[in-house]
Design a protein around this ligand. Structure first.
Ligand code: PLP
Length: 280
């Protein structure tokens, strides 16, 4: 497959980065994941805006404007080996002698991007939903930055895998944050409850999407600090991410959520999602 590295398009096997890259040494970088359907990017502008925000928050200067990112992402999606694909894009602070402080003078950031096949939800996942377990939060307090330092998320996801479930539902001091690689939603008595968009979570591009769908569908949408006990009593639990779109969590801590099958609000959101994708 063809990937992008620092201004060049080249085969994946030829894309090489120095061991002194600050991404490798410190996890000093940010990333984005942009899904594309039939080679059409979904919510491209929102993903680019979040990338620019992440770069700003960690003071990585690329000198690239939004048009640059848009062209890069669209080109890769066009050249992808897969019709449905996603772009993984990462920017690190570049290659420099090992020192925690930023290189001074600054060095060129490392910009890398590739596409991967987008594996849509299986029919079984749509019909039956997925399983999740609660997990005590262990990450830092800048979860709003889409940082490549993902050890907390990696350990959380491995916990899920080791326990035979698809995702964890993380709590910080008893308050719902998010999954290892997704946002989590709680439905109770016809209301969608969302964890507050602050430094404790990454505001997914689907966060805004679910909020829009809720308005369209006249479903009340409330941002709140959600207690662990409230999640246990949920009528429905949902998970969203670029690659998982929206999926119902139907088993939580080994117990059925609601009736143990995807619920009515899931179906409405899922249908709206499908309609939006069909019009891309
Ligand atoms: N939270 C975390 C920790 C994530 O890694 C992701 C990304 O997949 C999300 C939330 C959801 O964000 P998005 O909807 O932009 O994929």
């Amino acid at each position: 497959i063809t990937v992008y590295l620092n201004g060049e398009y080249l085969p994946l096997s030829q894309a090489k980065v120095s061991v002194l890259d600050r991404g490798f040494i410190f996890g000093d970088g940010v990333y984005e994941v942009v899904p594309a359907y039939q080679r059409k990017p979904f919510r491209l502008k929102e993903h680019i805006a979040r990338l620019v925000r992440s770069l700003d928050k960690v003071s990585i200067q690329t000198g690239k404007d939004e048009a640059f990112w848009e062209t890069l992402l669209t080109d890769l999606i066009q050249q992808s080996d897969w019709e449905d694909n996603y772009v993984y894009l990462q920017v690190t602070r570049g290659v420099a002698k090992r020192d925690h402080a930023f290189p001074n003078p600054p060095v060129a950031p490392t910009i890398f991007a590739m596409t991967c096949p987008l594996k849509r939800l299986t029919e079984q996942e749509r019909q039956e939903g997925v399983k999740a377990l609660s997990y005590p939060e262990m990450r830092w307090l800048h979860c709003d930055i889409k940082s490549i330092s993902l050890l907390g998320n990696v350990l959380a996801k491995q916990y899920a895998v080791a326990h035979g479930v698809q995702e964890v539902v993380q709590f910080r001091e008893g308050i719902l944050t998010e999954g290892a690689s997704s946002n989590i939603w709680v439905i109770k008595e016809g209301v969608i409850y969302a964890p507050k968009r602050d430094n404790r979570i990454l505001e997914g591009i689907r966060y805004g999407l679910i909020e829009e769908f809720a308005t369209q569908l006249n479903i009340p949408f409330v941002e709140a600090d959600i207690a662990q006990s409230f999640v246990e009593e949920a009528d429905e639990l949902l998970q969203t991410s670029a690659t998982r779109e929206v999926v119902a969590i139907t088993t939580y801590n080994h117990k059925p959520v609601g009736k143990g099958v995807p619920g009515p609000i899931f179906h409405q959101l899922r249908q709206t999602y499908d309609e939006v994708l069909a019009k891309l």
